[in-house]
Each structure stands twice: as C-alpha cells, then as structure tokens.
Write a protein that binds this ligand. Structure first.
Ligand code: SAM
Ligand code: MD0
Ligand code: SF4
Length: 373
C-alpha cells in the first residue's frame, strides 16, 4: 500500500510533526512516496506537504518576475529550445530596454527580479555587461535580484556578489551523471556544481533544480536512452540527495517539456504528476526552504496544483504586455494578451485560494537569514 494510505490519523500527524522537527527520510521512504498511485494517499501526501509549508511560511507566497534578457546560447543542451543549434529567432535586450522594463515591473508586486540568459558570449565573456544589468535592475526596482547566467567562474561570481546580486540560480538538472551527459552534453558536471558552491561562499543565496519526465526519453533517431537513466523515481531519489549536498536556499523540480527542433523533440511529454509528488517530497526534505511553482510548465492552473503540493513561490511571472520568452513556454502559441502570467492574475488566483502575497520584509528576512547582523 502507498506510504500515506496505510497511515492511521495519529501516524499521519506524527509524520508531519517529525518533518517539522527535521527528521530525515530514507531513500525507501522517498521511493514509496513517489510510487504512490492511490488518489486518497496522494491527496494526503500533498496535504501533509502544505501543513509543513504552513508551519514555516503560513499563507505567504513570494513572486519572482522573469526577465529572459538574452536567448543566445553557446551550449547544446538536448532538452532546451535555446540550444545553439536550434534555428530559432533570438533576441538580446539593451540596457535601455531593461531599464524601461524595470520601470514597469517595480510597481507590479513581485518580490524579486530573475535575470536569466542563455550562455550568451556577449555577457559570459564580458562580466561587466551582466553587472550593468544587475545594477540597473536593482537601482530601478529597489528589489532583490536573482541571476541565472549559467556556469560562470569564481571571479565572475565575486563580482556579482560585490554588485549586490542576491540569488544565484543554476540547476544541476540531475545528479545521475549518466543522464546529465545526455542532457548537458559536453558540459562539466563538477564545474556546474562548483559554481553553485562558489556563489554560496560569496554570500549569495543559491537555487538548485532538477528535471523529471525522462522515462520515455528518445533521441532524434527514435532510440530510447539506456534504461538505467530512464527511471523517474530512481532519478529523483538520486537528485534529491545530490541537491542536499550544497544546502540550497531554494530547490525546484520541473517536468521536462520536449521542444521543437531539439534532439529530444520526439520524446513523449510526461504528465505533471511526478513533478507534483517530487514537490511534496522536496517539502519534506527541505521543509523550511523556498520551493517554486513555475508558470512556465503549466500556467496558472498548474501553479494551483503546485502550491497545493507544497510550493510557496511563483516564478516565471511575465508582464501582461511583455514580448519576452520563458524557457519552456507552454503558452508559446498563445497571443500575448492572453498569456495571463502577470503578477495581477497570479495574486487574484492566490487570494481565491486563501493564500496571499507575502510581505517584502519577510522575503528579505529569508534572504538574509544566514547573515549575522
Ligand atoms: N542558460 C542558463 C542555464 O542553463 O543555467 C539559465 C537558463 S536555463 C534556460 C534555465 C532552466 O530551464 C534549465 O536549467 C532547465 O532546468 C530549464 N529548462 C530548459 N528547457 C526545459 C525544458 N524543455 N523543459 C523543462 N525545463 C527546461
Ligand atoms: C521559471 N522560466 O522560473 C523560469 C526559469 C530561471 N531562474 C527560472 C526556469 O520557470
Ligand atoms: Fe543554453 Fe541554458 Fe538552454 Fe542549456 S539550458 S541550451 S545553457 S539556455
């Protein structure tokens, strides 16, 4: 029977209490949770995750605005639309355009600006170009800034820290190195891990993340990848353990969405259910950390499911009239004014759910929680 279905009410309450007391789960506990199929058991798992989240964060939800400022990239991640080999229209915004966008963003009610880019040499080879963007975003909005620049060296990270970057997002995607090789072909696993450690040592909050949904993964010649990397449950267990090593401030999971024109384009899209289960498990393993619900995977309906599974942050918020892209863009074909990924639509939905936008003060207290005063 499923992990949660078989529990008595007393055991269920004790489980929540244990997690709040930071009791750790075994790999087998996690396997059992992730293999749950029984509806009532699943609902109990999601509810337990929400109870743990409520203990640490109450009804507060934090909102990040997403600025994908350059879609040029030198890498060839097999899962990504912005893979250097993909023949797509790309853009890079100018500092003036960023300034105008930030003027609009500053009153929207988001807590942080996430500046994300492909590994664009224009910024990668000239840190000053990125530092200027961080400076503009901070100056104009007065808000904390997250950077998602890909792998950068320690000098670059030191400079970002000096410039006041608050969060460094860099997703390992998987801690199964064999799978990593298939996803981030030609990129060093260790350097990616190390960049995150460097950011942490420089006093910047760090986010790690994993992908799920590769069990039906096929390469463009139609061949399945080896079975040892195709089990989503084993993959999630290994990756959750991997993420624990650097003690991240924020952890995420996203469902892999096959992208047109990429080597994994022919792969069947997995359902979001595994992602929801992993969100709950992340809440049990990282009870007091930020866990996002990305609008990029399934929009506002998907956000509701993710918050109900234990997430407490909404990411990939894009202004109603923005022409910029997400990384996955479930709504790539939807006309811009129908996207509904703006802060106002998100806050309305939160309120309907009995949740609320958290205060800026609480959010910044979280960012500073490891700094001695
Ligand atoms: N270029 C930088 C990097 O790779 O670290 C930052 C941006 S990258 C586009 C952000 C993340 O989006 C990736 O690390 C990956 O987790 C996620 N992502 C990209 N393509 C995806 C896809 N097709 N399905 C799900 N997630 C995807
Ligand atoms: C998101 N599209 O939050 C963004 C992206 C990068 N820091 C975040 C994956 O879904
Ligand atoms: Fe480039 Fe990042 Fe996409 Fe990889 S995931 S191709 S590094 S934009």
């Amino acid at each position: 029977m499923d992990y949660f279905s078989k529990m008595s009410d007393a055991e269920y309450n004790q489980f929540i209490e244990d997690i709040i007391q930071k009791k750790s789960l075994t790999d087998d506990d996690i396997r059992s949770m992730l293999s749950a199929t029984d509806k009532a058991g699943l609902q109990r798992m999601f509810d337990a995750a929400v109870s743990v989240k409520n203990h640490y964060f109450g009804n507060d939800v934090y909102l990040y605005s997403f600025v994908y400022f350059s879609t040029y990239c030198k890498n060839q991640c097999t899962f990504c639309y912005y893979n250097a080999k993909n023949k797509i229209d790309r853009y890079r915004i100018t500092p003036e355009e960023l300034r105008t966008m930030c003027e609009e963003l500053k009153n929207e009610g988001v807590h942080m600006i996430d500046l994300t880019m492909g590994e664009d040499p224009h910024f990668h080879n000239k840190p000053e170009n990125l530092l200027e963007f961080v400076r503009i975003a901070k100056e104009v909005t007065g808000l904390p800034v997250m950077v998602s620049p890909g792998v950068v060296d320690n000098d670059f990270i030191q400079a970002l820290s000096k410039e006041g970057a608050n969060f460094f997002a860099l997703y390992q995607e998987t801690y199964q190195e064999e799978l990593y090789e298939k996803l981030r072909a030609g990129q060093s696993f260790e350097e990616r891990f190390q960049a995150r450690l460097n950011a942490k040592a420089a006093g910047i909050c760090i986010e790690d993340g994993i992908l799920t949904g590769f069990s039906k993964m096929k390469l463009s010649n139609g061949e399945p990848v080896s079975p040892s990397v195709s089990d989503d449950i084993e993959s999630a267990v290994a990756s959750i353990r991997g993420m624990q090593k650097a003690d991240p401030d924020q952890v995420r999971v996203m469902t892999f969405e096959p992208q047109p024109g990429t080597p994994l384009a022919g792969t069947t899209q997995a359902s979001d259910l595994m992602e929801l289960k992993v969100i709950s498990v992340l809440r049990f393993v990282f009870p007091d950390r930020l866990i996002p619900a990305s609008l990029d995977v399934a929009g506002i309906p998907g956000m509701v499911d993710r918050l109900n599974a234990g997430a407490n942050v909404v990411t990939s918020i894009i202004s109603a009239d923005s022409k910029l892209e997400g990384v996955v863009n479930f709504d790539r074909d939807v006309s811009l004014n129908e996207r509904k990924r703006d802060a106002k639509s998100v806050i309305e939905k939160l309120n309907e759910m009995g949740l609320a936008r958290g205060s800026q003060e609480n959010f910044e207290a979280y960012l500073n929680r490891n700094k001695s005063s």
